[in-house]
Ligand binder design. Structure first.
Ligand code: FAD
Length: 441
């Protein structure tokens, strides 16, 4: 069989990896000059630094399993620190103990953290006593959290965490797609606090892994395996029409707005559904500073910024503290994010203006002063699909309506994380080979 994979991001490469190893002919068509999509690594401040994704969840099996197969398992590194902060009410405050994706379960710790006002804590602490019904159909995360815990918890804790992962707004994101563990708890009990307190504790072990050398290590290892099995990875090869592909089966592993026009003539219904998916844009700016540019200790993985604070930055990762392999004497490295759905300010600024404003905000939040040693700006337009309520059901319908020989993969299906994207790539390969496994997302 001859297969074509459109899109050389992690999902497309994972699909091609399985197809090539199965002994079939496979060609990956990647539009840009480099493979990897949002997995890009470059030399910065004397180290290999990721320009977008820099870690993956260790508690989902797909990425760890793939690294195992590729001989990278022994290299996986977990964060050197476990704590982080939230910039809230004018100070960096610890993320309260006991929270699950920002949803509080320990109101004493919530109060001690100072993230919310006293009234905000009192409103949240009423949750176990509030009347109500367990969650029914899919809803937005914001609806569920605001109703149970009030607006402050929604805006200052849950939106920075769950909205942050998706560069979205919890008032628009499907709870089933972006927080399935919270959705499951909300369906078990009218009180979400009670349900979360009695949920089984996650397995011990690291929550995240990275690869020293960056995510490009994973991309390079996949490309090496695909080519070693006779497959081909073409760059600078945009696909404008499925008719142009000489293949018995095609995996479409591109963003929804790129998949839609390709599907229009063969599957107009799915094409219209995909075209309606909104995307948010983000910008990531890396800074290296000399050690004497700051007085405070960098004792956490970084901090998140809730929308009501009004800052341009949405998060700041203390990268050289978080990952041991990025540490070096004499300097520290920060990765500052800006941009989320409904906030296009960063996209509208020149690099110079963007950097100037982020430097002001680093001074405000962390007391960073003086000149950076190095700066790198990475813009990721239309990078994060926004899963509106009902997204998972719509994607199931889209998949079911595709003609045989065509499969979809990637973040558009319902999970932005690297493990989810790998899972969709591998199940797309299985679908084309007629070994349909349970659909992944
Ligand atoms: C700044 C940032 C930080 C992130 N951090 C993390 C993180 O720490 N952990 C994590 O798990 N996830 C993270 N993510 C999310 C994750 O990186 C992505 O969701 C995931 O990599 C998407 O993979 P994909 O294969 O679905 O799509 P992509 O990586 O977008 O790949 C799709 C590819 O298709 C190509 N393409 C598009 N149209 C065509 C066409 N017509 N023909 C041929 N090729 C085409 C594109 O050029 C692209 O290379 C982050 C994302 C961003 C932007």
């Amino acid at each position: 069989m001859k297969y074509a994979v459109v899109g050389g991001g992690i999902a497309g490469l994972a699909a091609a990896y399985d197809l090539a190893r199965g002994g079939d002919e496979v060609v990956v068509h990647e539009a840009s000059e480099v493979v990897g999509g949002k997995l890009q690594t470059e030399l910065f401040a004397g180290t290999q630094l990721d320009a977008a994704a820099d870690a993956f969840l260790a508690r989902r099996p797909e990425a760890v399993q793939l690294c195992e197969e590729l001989g990278l398992r022994a290299e996986l590194e977990s964060p050197a620190v476990g704590s982080s902060y939230i910039w809230s009410r004018g100070a960096l405050r610890p993320v309260p103990k006991g929270q699950v994706l920002g949803v509080p379960t320990d109101f004493t710790a919530l109060r001690a953290s100072g993230v919310l006002s006293t009234l905000g804590v009192l409103r949240a602490a009423l949750e176990p006593w509030l009347p109500g019904k367990p969650l029914g159909a899919d809803a937005t995360v914001g609806d569920v959290i605001r109703r149970r815990y009030g607006g402050e918890t929604a805006a200052r804790l849950v939106d920075p965490l769950i909205g942050g992962i998706n560069a979205g707004h919890t008032d628009r994101l499907s709870i089933d797609a972006v927080a399935p563990q919270i959705a499951a708890a909300a369906r078990r009990d009218r009180s979400l606090t009670r349900a979360l307190r009695t949920s089984p504790a996650p397995a011990p072990g690291p929550v995240f892994f990275t690869l020293p050398g960056g995510m490009a290590r994973l991309v390079d290892a996949l490309v090496a395996s695909i080519t070693a099995h006779g497959g081909e990875v073409r760059t600078g090869a945009p696909v404008a029409s499925l008719d142009a592909l000489d293949a018995d089966g095609v995996v479409l592993a591109v963003p929804a707005y790129a998949a839609a026009p390709l599907l229009e003539s063969v599957a107009p219904g799915p094409a219209a559904t995909l075209a309606a998916i909104d995307y948010s844009s983000v910008t990531l700016v890396a800074f290296a500073y000399p050690d004497d540019a700051i007085d405070r200790s960098l004792d956490a993985s970084g901090f998140l910024v809730p929308r009501p604070e009004g800052l341009l930055m949405t998060a700041c990762s203390w990268s050289s503290t978080k990952w041991a392999h990025l540490a070096a004497p004499g300097r520290f490295v920060l990765r500052v994010s800006a941009g989320r759905i409904g906030d296009e300010r960063a996209a509208g600024l020149s690099d110079e203006a963007l950097v100037a404003q982020l430097r002001d905000e680093l001074a405000l939040t962390m007391g960073v002063r003086g000149e950076p040693l190095e700066i790198a700006v990475h813009r990721w337009p239309r990078a994060f699909p926004q899963y509106a309520p009902g997204h998972l059901a719509r994607m199931a319908e889209v998949r079911a309506a595709l003609p045989p020989g065509l499969a979809l993969a990637g973040a558009l299906l319902g999970g932005v994380g690297i493990p989810a994207c790998i899972g969709t790539g591998r199940s797309a390969a299985a679908r084309l080979r007629g070994e349909e496994s349970a659909p992944s997302r």
